[in-house]
Design a protein around this ligand. Structure first.
Ligand SMILES: NC(=O)c1ccc[n+]([C@@H]2O[C@H](COP(=O)([O-])OP(=O)(O)OC[C@H]3O[C@@H](n4cnc5c(N)ncnc54)[C@H](O)[C@@H]3O)[C@@H](O)[C@H]2O)c1
Length: 257
């Protein structure tokens, strides 16, 4: 019950890693605020509430600073504090060699996989500084060294830099800033697709190259599970990790990213 009496904001909580993290934090006593731009997040929050935990959902577009400040204002209004922020929104939209990316696609990747974390850190920080306490866990990726997704890799490299640099500033204010870097993760088919357009035959080949490289670069030669990604996020968020800050923990079956 590591999250008893903790208010925990989880972004991108409608599915995948974010939904599992929200469920597990609630199972360990946490009060959870689930944020997403898909209204499927309401179902996840309702499942958690049905299990007896206190949960809320908040619809917002975290590619915008207004979305991030509205989310933090909502959590503050509901519960009066934010103990832990888990920045989970992200994920590559396209899979292809860099010379095939259009300029607007590159911008879309950075908006998806860097800005939500940047905005949410900025929006939550004043509330944590005021209380002199808080934990931020950013969900990065081992794909900072990988093929066919350079804009995503660059965005997650930015998440790693933001984690390390904000940790410097925040430590003296009682705030830890850490990250996990998941490797390839098996999950049920996404209800909210990362890219709603149908994949071409060429794109399928480029995507398979990612799968092959990801599998090959682990020592276990397999993808991880959602549970194997959620557990280290919960550890980093909990007081078990009280002497850890600025660290990006690779969770890629031995792939260091
Ligand atoms: N799944 C993997 O194999 C894997 C591997 C490495 C890293 N990661 C990272 O883990 C995190 C979660 O991955 P996942 O595969 O579970 O994600 P996912 O793509 O399955 O779900 C992401 C969620 O974020 C929401 N979202 C997207 N943009 C949003 C926005 N602007 N505002 C609010 N909500 C938004 C979506 O609606 C969705 O519910 C991501 O940061 C991803 O980069 C995942």
């Amino acid at each position: 019950m590591r999250f008893t009496d903790k208010v925990v904001v989880v972004t991108g909580a409608a599915q995948g890693i974010g939904a599992v993290v929200a469920h597990q934090v609630a199972a360990e006593g946490g009060t959870v605020v689930l944020a997403d731009r898909s209204d499927l997040v309401a179902e996840v929050a309702a499942e958690i509430a049905a299990g007896g935990a206190t949960s809320r959902h908040f619809l917002c577009d975290l590619e915008t600073y207004a979305g991030a400040t509205d989310l933090m204002a909502y959590a503050m209004a509901e519960f009066g504090r934010i103990d832990i922020l888990i920045n989970n929104v992200g994920g590559t939209i396209w899979a292809k060699p860099f010379e095939h990316y259009e300029a607007d696609e590159i911008e879309a990747e950075v908006r998806r996989s860097l800005f939500p974390t940047l905005w949410c850190c900025r929006a939550a920080l004043p509330h944590m500084v005021e209380r002199g306490a808080g934990v931020i866990v950013n969900v990065s990726s081992i794909a900072t060294r990988s093929r066919n997704r350079v804009p995503y890799a660059a965005s997650k490299g930015g998440v790693n830099a933001l984690t390390a640099s904000l940790a410097f500033e925040a430590a003296s204010k009682g705030i830890r800033v850490v990250a996990t870097a998941p490797g390839g993760t098996e999950a049920p088919p996404r209800k909210v697709p990362r890219n709603p357009n149908e994949q071409s035959a060429q794109e399928a080949v480029w995507y398979q190259e990612i799968v092959d490289q990801t599998t090959e670069s682990t020592l276990f030669k397999r993808y991880g599970t959602l549970a194997e990604q959620a557990a280290p996020i919960l550890f980093m968020a909990s007081d078990d990790a009280s002497y850890i800050t600025g660290t990006v923990l690779p969770v890629g079956g031995g792939d260091q990213g």
